[in-house]
Design a protein around this ligand. Structure first.
Ligand code: HPA
Ligand code: ZN
Length: 357
């Protein structure tokens, strides 16, 4: 749990949260990674090649020194190689939901990367069955609702993405709600969203929700191309929106949700500190955004840590936080009934903390 001593910690902890930008494979802690590697007999890089894997502690400290998105992705893809069985995926996701619940998350929309598993012989069905089992447990035990977002790896081809999309479609996973939407992640620069235009067009025609990472390391044209060409309904990261005033105004007007990940942006050196992020600008311009953890096991913080880091840098008011919380709910892909329940929780929170921030 976020251990900061700020007076606002408890207030923000109790704020009902939605998380929209969480790669479930990025919640694999070094300790679980080493445990599963032992159980599943997976060999990790030997010390001569990379001493980062000498121990969980060595790995934690390597995670503090990422130099870029690609540097992180190298470790991210090695890490997930220990996930083999449905029960591994269930443990991973259940661990995340347990932690998210403690951090005040009531609704989570989580990314998963099927191609990173099918490419090493783990079936799509194995991955999804484990995640679905964890979702059911989290809803039953914590009342935490969730959705799955299938991400395509943009460093792989459009054809590869389409094969994955067709597999999920043929299993009825989009039509029966097992998977709520599609996303696009991995290395951004050099892999613009329009590469995947055809798959996004099919998804739009079928009424499947759509998002994409854009404007994390890539410039603001990655954002405009995701919106204009791939017709995404959300933008993940989107921090470069600040470089295009007209685009920013359009995103605000259209109420497009931007899923921000402050601690991730610092760890991957997209900004030097949280205070550099355009959070005040987004609030002033009425951009709808949520605050998320991205890959919490790699970036040194879960969602509450991200909330507290934002508060420390921007000293937001109760009104600002209410705007963020309400926008996060409105921009969620849950049904209207669930949104109403969540909005009432935020209203009750604002009443009970009135005068605090
Ligand atoms: N950016 C792009 N791809 C990713 C990330 C990220 O922050 N995390 C996991 N895959
Ligand atoms: Zn991400």
């Amino acid at each position: 749990m976020c251990s900061c001593e700020a007076k606002t910690h408890q207030c923000l902890l109790e704020l009902p949260k939605c998380e929209h930008h969480l790669h479930i494979e990025g919640s694999l802690s070094p300790s679980l990674l080493f445990r599963l590697a032992a159980v599943n007999n997976i060999s990790l890089p030997k010390s001569e090649d990379d001493s980062s894997f000498a121990s969980a502690e060595a790995l934690e400290s390597r995670y503090e020194r990422f130099t870029s998105l690609n540097d992180f992705l190298h470790y991210y893809f090695i890490g997930m190689s220990v996930l083999i069985t449905p029960s591994d995926f269930e443990s991973l996701a259940y661990e995340y939901f347990t932690r998210a619940h403690k951090d005040g998350v009531h609704h989570a929309e989580i990314f998963f990367d099927p191609q990173a598993h099918t490419s090493r012989g783990i079936s799509y069905a194995t991955v999804v069955s484990g995640l679905v089992a964890a979702q059911a447990r989290a809803e039953k035990e914590f009342g935490l609702t969730s959705k799955l977002i299938l991400c395509f790896l943009r460093h792989l081809s459009a054809e590869d993405a389409e094969v994955t999309y067709q597999e999920a479609t043929s299993l009825g996973h989009f039509s029966n709600g097992t998977v709520a939407g599609i996303g696009l992640d991995s290395s951004e620069v050099g892999f613009p969203p329009e590469i995947f235009r055809e798959t996004y067009e099919s998804a739009a025609a079928a009424g499947i929700r759509r998002t994409a990472h854009a404007g994390e390391e890539g410039d603001s044209t990655y954002i405009s191309r995701a919106l204009d060409i791939c017709k995404t309904e959300r933008i993940d990261h989107g921090i470069r929106l600040v470089d295009d005033e007209n685009l920013l105004k359009k995103v605000a007007k259209d109420k497009t949700l931007v899923t921000m990940c402050p601690l991730s942006n610092v760890r991957l050196r997209c900004v030097t500190k949280v205070g550099e992020l355009p959070i005040r600008k987004f609030l002033d311009e009425g951009v709808r955004f949520s605050i998320n953890s991205d890959d919490p096991a790699y970036f040194g913080g879960y969602i509450q840590d991200n909330y507290c880091a934002v508060q420390e840098s921007f000293v937001l008011s109760l009104k600002d936080w209410k705007f963020i919380a309400e926008g996060s709910i409105e921009g969620s892909w849950c049904d209207a009934e669930r949104k109403k329940v969540l909005l009432e929780k935020v209203e009750a929170w604002a009443l009970s903390w009135n005068g605090t921030l």
